[in-house]
Write a protein that binds this ligand. Structure first.
Ligand SMILES: NC(=O)c1ccc[n+]([C@@H]2O[C@H](COP(=O)([O-])OP(=O)(O)OC[C@H]3O[C@@H](n4cnc5c(N)ncnc54)[C@H](O)[C@@H]3O)[C@@H](O)[C@H]2O)c1
Length: 252
């Protein structure tokens, strides 16, 4: 496709499916070696992502990782460096949601969403930044959501986690800007992935309603933005929360 990430190596979490898969495929098509990270239980999907990349002549491999576990995040970073010699970019994308009213949300569900989405992003960034400091440069992109920029009915735990991801993004960006490390976030709108298609048609329409464009986005439309943010083309961009949302947060 191109050479935006030529000679670079990195990782994508949640890359067995949806947006993460599209990002890994696009990054590899732009010349990167990519470690496709996801849960062991999602290995089949991860291997499918890898197969798509290698069949197109790219370099990729699967690594089983639960982003909610500190040791897994450290091992993932070490694996990328072992296999490809460097960690130039990381996309913290794995995420889960629970659709309930705030007062009906089980404590365990709240904790799980925060553990995967927010703490998982923190743990990922921590180990990625340590490695990028050793390497002298790097780019991190976190997947937040339009639910990181405003409330979304029935998604309070998710909304809290996605707002928190933007806090981590901004703090990391200002703390490491002069170390050659850029940290940004994308805030997708309604993208048609299993996370969305598993919801009822009524719920899908409810989520779609605030968008100015009345259609679901494709995972590749998010991947284009993430890949650009990981590339040197975005060399003066850090600390942004970039909506990729068909006008969802622009107004309703
Ligand atoms: N689809 C949308 O409309 C939409 C909108 C905004 C933001 N997002 C965000 O985009 C990201 C990707 O979502 P998607 O729509 O592609 O969903 P998806 O369900 O297709 O993919 C999510 C992936 O994350 C993996 N995952 C879940 N928990 C994990 C863990 N603990 N460790 C490692 N991997 C784990 C899953 O196995 C899955 O492969 C998520 O952070 C989601 O919140 C999605």
């Amino acid at each position: 496709m191109g050479a935006l990430l030529s000679g670079k190596a990195g990782l994508v979490t949640g890359a067995a499916s949806g947006i993460g898969r599209a990002c890994a495929i696009r990054m590899a098509a732009e010349g990167a070696a990519v470690v496709v990270a996801d849960l062991e239980s999602a290995r089949a999907g991860g291997e499918q992502t890898v197969q798509t990349i290698t069949e197109d002549g790219g370099r990729a491999e699967f690594f089983a990782c639960d982003v909610a576990r500190a040791a897994d995040n450290q091992a993932l970073v070490e694996h990328v460096v072992d296999r490809f010699g460097t960690l130039d970019f990381a996309h913290n994308n794995a995420g889960v949601g629970v659709h309930t009213l705030l007062a009906d949300t089980e404590d365990e569900d709240f904790d799980r969403v925060i553990a995967v989405n927010l703490r998982g992003t923190f743990l990922g960034m921590k180990h990625q930044i340590r490695q990028m400091l050793r390497g002298g440069s790097g780019a991190i992109v976190n997947t937040s959501s339009n639910a990181g920029l405003r409330g979304v009915r029935l998604l309070s735990a998710y909304t809290a986690s996605k707002h928190g991801i933007l806090g981590l993004t901004k703090n990391g960006a200002i703390e490491y800007a002069n170390d050659g490390i850029r940290i940004n976030a994308v805030c997708p709108g309604a993208i048609m992935t299993p996370l969305m298609s598993n919801e009822s048609p009524e719920r899908q329409q409810q989520i779609l309603r605030p968008q100015a464009m009345s259609r679901f986005g494709e995972p590749d439309e998010v991947a284009a933005a993430v890949t650009w943010l990981c590339s040197d083309e975005a060399s003066f961009v850090t600390g942004v929360a970039m909506p990729v949302d068909a006008g969802s947060v622009a107004g309703w």
